[in-house]
Every structure is written in C-alpha cells, then in structure tokens.
Design a binder for this molecule. Structure first.
Ligand code: NAD
Length: 329
C-alpha cells in the first residue's frame, strides 16, 4: 500500500514506519519535527504542519497526479503530555482535534478513505472495573484524554456521513525500543517511567521519583499495562487490513492485559542493567488511578493480534539496548 504517516518522526510512529517498510509498503512521513527527529526517518519525509491544509492538499494531489495515490493514512501526530494539557488546553484542542480535522477534510477532498488513529487508554479515566474493556465508561480526566475521545467521535460521524473508514487504537503505556538498539524512545521532556529509570541507570539523571506508595495495590505503587512499541506497530499493520467493510469505524484496546507496578518496573530495570538506581518516594500525583490494564480480547479475536512481549524484563531489555547506545555515542 501507499501510506501517509503523520507523526512518523516520533516514537510510536517511527517504530511503525519501520514495520511498514519491512512489510513492503511505500511510506511518506508527514511531521513538523516539533518533537520528531529528522535523522530517524528512513523514507520520504515531508516536513509540514497538520493544520496546513494547503500543504496537505498539495501532497495528496501530487501523489494522485503521479498515479500513486495514498491508500490510507496512519495518524500519530498529536501532543501527548497529560499535565501540559491541563495547563494549556488550547494547544491540545487545536492540535489534537482542529488540526486533525484539516487532515480528515484533505483526505475527503482527495478520495482517501482509510485512517488508523492513535488513541489512548486516557479516554477512560478512572476505571469502574478491571481489566478495562472498550465499553468501559469514558470519563477522561485531562484535556489530552478528552481531545482523543472527541477525535474518535469525529471519526464516527465522518464514517456515517462521508463513509470514512477508520480504526482507533487505544494504546496503553507504549514502551521498549527496537531490539537492536537502532531506534528508541527519545522524548524531550520525558515523562514515561521506563526511559526515566533507564536514564538514571545510565548515570544521566540522579535518580527516579515514585509518585505515591500508598495506593491500594500489592506494593502500594501504581500499576500500568506496558505494551511494546513493536507490538503497537504490528497492531497498525493488522488494522490496515481490517477496513474492507464500507464505513467501518472500529475501536480496539492495545495492551498486554497484564499490569506491572512502578516498583516492579524499577526492579526489572535493576536486573537488566545490573546498575544501582536511586529512588525518591513522593506523594501521589492528582489524577493517577491506582491500576490500569487492558482487556485485549477484541483485538485478539477480530484482528488476530498477539503481543510478542508480555514480560517487563524483556521490554526493558530492548529499551536498554537503545539507552546504552546513547551513553556511548
Ligand atoms: N507513547 C505513549 O505511551 C502513547 C500512549 C497512548 C497514545 N499515544 C498516542 O500515540 C501518538 C504518538 O505518540 P508518541 O509517544 O510517539 O509521541 P511523539 O511526540 O514521539 O510523536 C508525535 C509526533 O507528531 C509530530 N507532531 C505533533 N504535532 C504535529 C503537527 N501539528 N503537525 C505535524 N506533526 C506533528 C511530532 O513532531 C512527533 O514527531 C500520539 O498521538 C499519542 O497521543 C501515545
């Protein structure tokens, strides 16, 4: 297929681009490089802003005129800092919803009718039961989660009115890296647990903060579902093949179904790296539910997705392969 990947210079998009190329697809990345890394893009890169409708129109028109129109779009581009979204909601509504509409309307104008959308488990908010299935109540606790839920709703109305086909993938906590260490999680600022712990292990930060040790969980720290970024990539490949039905508008959780606590992740990092990691225990952060992990039955049954990585140490080992390289270079 000929594919346009927005946000393909970022973490999850970048790993998915490699999986798409490995599967023989023809890929163009569209990214404004606000958070993305130009040097990690292994295919055609169009530097552009999602809200730039003229640029998007020109891109779709150029592909059509060259008799190589895009078959589908994978839409990763968004802002994804929960705390920032509370402080600066305008940024999140503009980028994650309004700019996304420009993309959808450019697709409509050029007859491109398939989209895979990066959604998130943040659409649920605090769960009423575990594991979390797709029918769980939607009560997002941040403008980030609200913006992603709103975009899912936009996709529903575009399916009904315009026949746009889509698959929304609600990722749990993306983690890990290419096992050969060639590509990894490189956010700035970084807010995710595994890279923060590994930076401490590599001596690039003094230690790691644990937010809350009095949660009603076995060891008192928060439990999350860490899904390997290459398993997320394989979910995207499967999603591309799941849009044969006209106006299909599908939504799936993408998580392993198993939760690991913050302490368990830190322990896995100590084991994998063989290094001391200093830990500072602090109070809870507002809005952090004690436990989140996915019911992944639907994506397993409907798309045949199976996570390759279900063990925290195996995930951390891939992330460490990348971090260790950063310390050398
Ligand atoms: N990383 C996670 O754990 C996680 C979990 C759930 C959902 N998601 C979603 O997955 C997607 C990718 O996440 P990530 O961790 O790879 O983030 P990332 O920041 O590494 O990648 C996002 C990319 O989009 C680009 N971008 C942002 N706004 C843009 C715009 N207006 N125009 C063009 N490019 C733009 C950035 O430059 C960046 O390269 C996001 O939509 C995020 O909300 C991520």
């Amino acid at each position: 297929m000929r594919l346009l990947v927005t946000g393909g210079a970022g973490y999850v998009g970048g790993h998915t681009v490699r999986a798409l190329l490995d599967a023989g697809h023809d890929v163009t990345v569209y990214d404004n490089l606000v958070y993305g890394h130009r040097e990690t893009v292994p295919c055609e890169l169009e530097v552009g802003e999602l809200a730039d409708r003229r640029k998007l129109d020109a891109l779709f028109a150029r592909a059509r005129d060259a008799s190589r129109p895009y078959d589908a779009v994978l839409h990763f581009a968004a802002y994804a800092y929960v705390g920032e979204s509370v402080a600066e909601p305008s940024k999140y509504w503009r980028n994650n919803v309004a700019a996304g509409l420009e993309l959808l309307d450019a697709m409509r104008a050029h007859g491109v009718d398939r989209l895979v959308f990066s959604s998130t488990c943040a659409v649920y908010g605090p769960p009423t039961r575990l594991p979390i299935d797709e029918n769980e109540r939607k009560a997002p606790e941040s403008p980030y989660g609200e913006s992603k839920l709103t975009f899912e709703q936009v996709l529903h109305s575009y399916a009904t009115a315009y026949g746009l086909r889509s698959v929304s993938l609600r990722y749990f906590n993306a983690a890990g890296a290419r096992p050969d260490g060639s590509l990894g999680e490189d956010h700035d600022p970084e807010t995710h647990l595994i890279p923060l712990v590994l930076r401490a292990a590599a001596g690039r930060s003094p230690g790691v903060k644990v937010f809350g040790t009095d949660y009603p969980t076995p060891d008192g720290t928060c439990v999350r579902d860490y899904v390997h970024v290459d398993d997320l990539a394989s979910a995207h490949l499967l999603a591309l093949g799941a849009m044969e039905t006209p106006s299909a508008c599908l939504t799936y959780n993408v998580g392993t179904g198993r939760g690991y606590s913050v302490r368990e992740i830190i322990e896995a990092c100590r084991t994998v790296t063989g290094r001391e990691i200093a830990v500072v225990e602090g109070p809870r952060r507002p809005g952090d539910p004690p436990e989140l992990y996915a019911d992944n039955r639907h994506i397993r049954e409907a798309l045949g997705w199976t996570p390759h990585y279900t063990d925290a140490e195996a995930i951390v080992r891939t992330a460490w392969a990348w971090h260790a390289r950063q310390s050398i270079h």
